[in-house]
Design a protein around this ligand. Sequence first.
Ligand code: GDP
Ligand code: GDP
Length: 441
Amino acid sequence: MKPVIALVGRPNVGKSTLFNRLTRSRDAIVADYAGLTRDRHYGDGKVGEHEFIVIDTGGFEPDSSTGIVREMAKQTKQAVAEADAVVFVVDVRAGLSAQDHDIAQYLRSTDKRVILAANKAEGMRDAPQLAEFYELGMGEPHAISAAHGQGVRSLVEAALEGLEPAPELGEEEGEEDAEAPVIKLAVAGRPNVGKSTLINTWLGEERLVAFDLPGTTRDAIRVPFERNGQRFELIDTAGLRRKGKVFEAIEKFSVVKTLQAIAESNVVVLLLDATEGVTDQDAHIAGYVLDNGRAVVIAVNKWDAVDDYQRQMLQRSLEQRLAFLKFAPVLHISALKRQGLGPLWKAIADAHASAFRKMPTPVLTRLLHEAVQFQAPKRAGMFRPKLRYAHQGGMNPPRIIIHGNSLEHVTEAYKRYLEGRFREHFKLVGTPLRIEMRSSR
Ligand code: GDP
Ligand code: GDP
């Protein structure tokens, strides 16, 4: 599971700036999808090779807790509880404040690993101002500048020390060669869309053999099962526990668990509630799925409970709000009434197969040449992009790397055209496809 870092500190110390810096270095490829809005509080962080989940918290004012402020403090406490490490941000230019002391006191009571980040320290690495922050009793302040990116990498490395999972050597090859790969599956969705109902319906299915759950691990639980000879592993987002014959979600909805499960899975079933349409929270979860490049199937649940008008509204909100997932098949199901589950299984299997499709270099290169012959990329001033050959750069999501010259002038529209050709030939459904250009000069 990806480790979790929470950013905590009083207002205006630079938490959001740091959050943006930690989360923005994602693949540029996924940066600009129409309709994709981001949750400002949770994100996939990446610094160098380090991947983690980062939570930004509202301003933290422990002692003036009334109304909205108290609500913020509650959210901050929840974020701290879910985090593996806390980055406590202070403002070097403003100096130490009483609020900083209050926050330090609270953090000490939590027994969490705390890393002190002295922000706005551009150009003052060894400044005497840093020394006063030792008073917080949080160890050495790490001088950083969130705005300029200074010191951020070593801050993150200090926060993550010992928390990162050891790299699973050869995992990708193993999955590629295994005769019957295990499909890692996550059911993601906001509260009350029907995740537990679906999972219980699945696990109660006759054709499905569920294996025992591990005892009471604190970590997200994986439920192995087999259906028609296909092995699956359900990566739980809801703190499932077995109670008699059924599974019960004992924890509240957790964005962090959802993010971790998405990152761990191969295929995500994005569950929506037909009676409510596509909400902001649905769109945010969909955004995480896209960021992670997971294969995805959209399942609109509670189809039994809506009339024709609601069905039309739902269709429209899907087109408007989840336009960036238009490669994902949409299934209409009722977890409660056990309707539409067969087609859902098939869509999951197809999405998984697409995500792991092998695309041989000669075929990719031939398709590329045919596509160029049919419609050449536009000349940009004195440059004409020359697309020479293509090879597969990875799976889940499939990546196609195109080599040639002046490829930085290939337009987004042309990339989409190529994507369409590749998708059609390899019958890719339910998975993003990433196309990267590599110019030799
Ligand atoms: P938050 O309330 O803790 O989330 O703080 P913000 O990220 O909104 O930042 C508050 C102010 O500090 C903004 O005006 C930022 O531009 C500024 N700021 C953030 N990081 C830095 C930094 O590294 N150096 C300087 N000089 N200003 C910064
Ligand atoms: P979760 O929070 O996503 O795990 O949602 P639950 O599985 O707890 O379901 C929330 C509510 O929706 C419960 O009252 C379920 O009975 C109801 N529900 C779930 N699936 C369906 C469905 O297919 N049709 C209808 N009408 N109700 C459903």
